[in-house]
Write a protein that binds this ligand. Structure first.
Ligand code: BGP
Length: 480
C-alpha cells in the first residue's frame, strides 16, 4: 500500500458488483422460470455466439451444459458472502434481480411471492451490515417465455411487461432500495443483441435495424420505470447503465478521427442522450438514414423519454477502443468483444481485453462534460486465471495492480472536477463469466472453489486482493 495523495468524496460508495444469473444458481428453485442465461451454453460455443452477435443461434438448443445453473450457489450462501463483503468494508453492493424469479414467464400480472421473498432476505442481510443495495432491474436474463413467444425486445408488448415488473419491485422494496438502474449495459445491444435484447438478428444488415428498434422499446420501458420509481419511492436515484469504452482514433488522419468520433457518438451517446437529455441526438437522424434504419416511434414515446430522465449514469469500464476507418484483419485483437484495432500502447488481458486505466479518467471526463449528472463506476476489474498455492493462498498481485491503477485514475477524475458517486468492482466474488460462461475467468477478491468442468466444493477463500481492498476502503482511497 502507498499513499495515493488523492481525495475521494465523503460517502463514496465503495463496493462490489455481480449479476443474478452469474452467481445465484438455483435456476429452477421456488417457482423461478427459465431465462436467457439459463439456456446459453458455455465455453467455445458461447464465445462464438458473442463474436457472431448471436446470428442464427438456436436459442433453445438443449445439447449443452448450462454453467449458471448452479452458479456459485449465492441463492443458499448469500449470508456467508455478504458477511465477507462486510468484512471488506463494502458501503454498497451492486446486484441484479432475476426477472424470471419474480415473473416466471414474464407476462403474468401477479408476481411469484417466493422470488420476491428471496430478495427481501438479501436486502435485509445487506442492511444488517450497513451495505447499501444498488439494484439492476434487468441484467442479461430476460424470461425465456418472452423470447420465444414475443421475440424478446423486438416486440412493443414487452414494454408493458417490463413496466409491471419494475413497478412491482419499486412497491415491494421501497423501504429497502434507494439506488436502481434499469438495463445493464444498454448500448451493448448493438454489439451483442442476443444478450441485451433477447433475439438473434439474421445478418449484419438486419442487425442495425432490429437492434435500434429493440433499443427504442427499451428506452420507452426505461423511462416508464424511472417515472414509476420516482412516484413510488420519493428520493430514489434511478440511473441508466452503459458499457463505456472511449473511442480513440488510430492516428491523426482526419478521416480516422471523424470515424472514431462517429463510433463514439453512435455507440456511447445515443443511449446516453436519450436517458439523460431525454432526446435522440442530432447525428442519429443521419446515421439512421444512411444505415436504412426506420424506427417505429409511436405517439407519446418521445414525450415519455423527455419527461422521465435518469438521475445518474452507471457505467462499466473495461477497455478503450481504437478505430480505423478502413480496417485490416490483422489489426483486430482476438477476443476483444468490442472489436477495434490493436492499440500499440496497451497490453491486453489473457482474453484480449486491452488494459487502459487512463481511458477510465478520459471516460469520466467525457461523460461529465457532456451530461453533468453524477457518475457511478459500477463495473471494472480484471478477468484472470488464479492459482491456489500449496498453502492455500491466492497471490493475485496482478489484480491488485490493475485495480490500483484504475482507482487512481478515478481519483484523478475527481480532482478534475467530475462528480463520481462510487466504485463497485466487478465480480467481487468469483462467478460465471458472461462472455465465456465459465468459472476460470475470475474477477473476485473472494475465490470460489468451482471449475469449468462443474467440479468443486464451492468453498470461499480470501485472495490477497481481499486485504488490499479492505485497506483501500478503510482509508477512503488515500492508500492504494
Ligand atoms: C460486462 C457484464 C457483466 C460481466 C462483465 C465481465 O459486460 O455486464 O455481466 O460479466 O462484463 O465480462 P466477462 O464475464 O465476460 O469477463
Amino acid at each position: 500500500m502507498a499513499k495515493s495523495n488523492l481525495q475521494f468524496p465523503d460517502g463514496f460508495l465503495w463496493g462490489g458488483a455481480t449479476a443474478a444469473n452469474q452467481l445465484e444458481g438455483a435456476y429452477d428453485k421456488d417457482g423461478k422460470g427459465l431465462n436467457l442465461a439459463d439456456v446459453l451454453p458455455g465455453g467455445k460455443v458461447r464465445t462464438q455466439i458473442m463474436k457472431d452477435h448471436g446470428f442464427a443461434f438456436e436459442i433453445d438448443a438443449d445439447k449443452y451444459r448450462y454453467p449458471n445453473h448452479e452458479g456459485i450457489d449465492f441463492y443458499h450462501r448469500y449470508k456467508e458472502d455478504i458477511a465477507l463483503f462486510a468484512e471488506m468494508g463494502f458501503k454498497a453492493y451492486r446486484m441484479s434481480i432475476a426477472w424470471s424469479r419474480i415473473f416466471p414467464r414474464g407476462d403474468e400480472q401477479e408476481p411469484n411471492e417466493a422470488g420476491l421473498a428471496f430478495y427481501d432476505r438479501v436486502f435485509d442481510e445487506l442492511h444488517k451490515h450497513g451495505i447499501e443495495p444498488v439494484v439492476t432491474i434487468s441484467h442479461y436474463e430476460m424470461p425465456l417465455h418472452l423470447i420465444k413467444e414475443y421475440g424478446g425486445w423486438r416486440s412493443r408488448e414487452v414494454i408493458g411487461f417490463f413496466e409491471n415488473y419494475a413497478t412491482t419491485l419499486f412497491k415491494r422494496y421501497k423501504d429497502k432500495v434507494k439506488y436502481w438502474m434499469t438495463f445493464n449495459e444498454i448500448n451493448g445491444a448493438v454489439f451483442h443483441p442476443i444478450m441485451g435484447l433477447g433475439f438473434s438478428p439474421k445478418d449484419e444488415e438486419s442487425k442495425l435495424q432490429e437492434s435500434f428498434q429493440g433499443l427504442h422499446h427499451q428506452f420507452v420501458a426505461s423511462s416508464l420505470a424511472v417515472k414509476a420509481g420516482h412516484e413510488i419511492i420519493p428520493g430514489s436515484q434511478i440511473g441508466c447503465m452503459l458499457i463505456y469504452a472511449p473511442v480513440y482514433s488510430y492516428d491523426c488522419n482526419p478521416d480516422n478521427i471523424f470515424h472514431a468520433l462517429r463510433e463514439e457518438q453512435v455507440f456511447n451517446y445515443i443511449c446516453g442522450d436519450v436517458h439523460v437529455r431525454g432526446e435522440y441526438p442530432v447525428f442519429a437522424k443521419r446515421f439512421f438514414k444512411e444505415n436504412h434504419i426506420k424506427l417505429d416511434i409511436r405517439e407519446g414515446d418521445l414525450d415519455v423519454i423527455k419527461e422521465h430522465t435518469v438521475d445518474y449514469i452507471g457505467f462499466s469500464y473495461y477497455m478503450s477502443r481504437t478505430e480505423k476507418k478502413i480496417k485490416d484483419e490483422s489489426d483486430f485483437i482476438e477476443g476483444n468483444i468490442l472489436n477495434g484495432a490493436k492499440n500499440p500502447f496497451l497490453k491486453a488481458s489473457d482474453w484480449g481485453w486491452e488494459i487502459d486505466p487512463v481511458g477510465l479518467r478520459i471516460s469520466l471526463n467525457q461523460l461529465y462534460d457532456r451530461y453533468r449528472v453524477p457518475l457511478f463506476v459500477v463495473e471494472n476489474g480484471l478477468g484472470a486465471y488464479d492459482k491456489v498455492e500449496e498453502d492455500g493462498s491466492i497471490q493475485d498481485d496482478y489484480r491488485i495492480d490493475y485495480l490500483r491503477e484504475h482507482i487512481r485514475e478515478i481519483g484523478e477524475a475527481v480532482e478534475d472536477g467530475v462528480d463520481v458517486m462510487g466504485y463497485t468492482a466487478w465480480g467481487c466474488i468469483d462467478l460465471v463469466s458472461m462472455s465465456t460462461g465459465q468459472m476460470s475467468k475470475r474477477y473476485g477478491f473472494i475465490y470460489v472453489d468451482k471449475h469449468d468442468d462443474g467440479t468443486g466444493t464451492l468453498e470461499r477463500k480470501k485472495k490477497k486482493s481481499f486485504d488490499w481492498y479492505q485497506q483501500v476502503i478503510s482509508t477512503n482511497g488515500s492508500e492504494l
